[in-house]
Ligand binder design. Structure first.
Ligand code: PAF
Length: 308
């Protein structure tokens, strides 16, 4: 059998190999593995910002080649969600990836990822239905299904995900563990705008007024962080500190403000072990999520390190 050919050579960006078919992506990755090269993979839905590029930068330190994908995955959007209007900025994205040193960009079509008769899904039970999953039923099943497909196609040594989507990152880590995937999941830090707003492709939806108000999300987390530094361990008090900040911003409507164990994502009553402070809020019609990771500086210590 002859090797699969890429039907449409790319003109998107010089030095960036653009791959549109699954067969050619598999072949390209297979060749890299045959040369004993360490593949780093950064899956995205495009509309790239500095958060994505920080993952590419991290991947470049560990791997060669770095492969990125852009695929706005229809399976992770609910029927009333923003699939149709999700920002699509392919030319700009390709230029950013080329400049960041990505070697190949995988751009599959939905019809090839999900051909007629597609019927197989992967779901991490329990955690997929809570928090984000409660507001967005089916979302995480769509995420884990597409991520498993992408990891299977590229078979990277390392795959990189942002910590802003903390629950997504945890679910992907659990899936990789439960299914004995060979890929190691690496999490990158949240990258923020000057006023603290976590970078997100969906920030583009905010009006000027909502954009100004959106920094309240990070301020609320920071208020909880200040309480933790001051010795507060009671979760109700930490939630009150967040609510006080959020209540002062009339444009913000809170979906949830929860503090969960970092491994199980079960709610905790007191902070004693590594935990996530998770916040989801609407600014107008745009739903933003953000989080803060807190962990004891040493085993059993009462002092906490805070990553916001
Ligand atoms: O975080 C994202 O951009 C998406 O959920 C991902 C991981 C690329 C899967 O579509």
């Amino acid at each position: 059998m002859s090797a699969p050919r890429e039907p449409r050579p790319s003109t998107l960006a010089q030095s960036l190999d653009t791959i549109r078919t699954i067969a050619w992506m598999k072949e390209t990755a297979r060749q890299a593995r045959a040369e004993s090269r360490v593949i780093g993979f950064v899956p995205t839905m495009g509309a790239l910002h500095a958060g994505h590029l920080s993952l590419v930068e991290r991947a470049r330190r560990d791997c060669d080649p770095v492969i990125a994908s852009i695929f706005v995955n229809p399976k992770q959007f609910g029927p009333k969600e923003d699939f149709a209007k999700y920002p699509r900025t392919l030319e700009k994205d390709a230029a950013k990836l080329a400049a960041a040193g990505v070697g190949a960009l995988f751009l599959p079509e939905a019809a090839e990822m999900y051909p007629a008769g597609f019927a197989t899904y992967v779901n991490v039970e329990g955690l997929s239905e809570r928090l984000e999953g409660r507001t967005r039923p089916g979302h995480f099943c769509g995420v884990t299904t597409v991520v498993l497909k992408l990891l299977e196609i590229v078979q990277p040594t390392f795959a990189y995900f942002g910590r802003k989507d903390a629950q997504q990152a945890r679910l992907i880590t659990i899936m990789a563990r439960d299914l004995n995937l060979d890929t190691q999941i690496v999490l990158g830090p949240i990258v923020r705008e000057g006023d603290g707003l976590a970078m997100s492709s969906r920030n583009a939806y905010l009006s000027a007024e909502e954009r100004r108000a959106a920094a309240v999300v990070q301020r609320a987390l920071a208020a909880a962080g200040d309480e933790v530094r001051a010795g507060v361990r009671d979760v109700l008090r930490l939630q009150e500190a967040m609510q006080r900040v959020l209540a002062a911003e009339p444009l913000a409507r809170v979906d949830y403000a929860e503090i969960v164990d970092a491994a199980t994502f079960e709610p905790v009553l007191r902070v004693a072990r590594p935990a996530y402070v998770l916040l989801a809020a609407y600014l107008g019609r745009t739903r933003l999520i953000d989080n803060m990771f807190i962990e004891p500086v040493a085993e059993g210590a009462d002092e906490f390190a805070i990553q916001l």
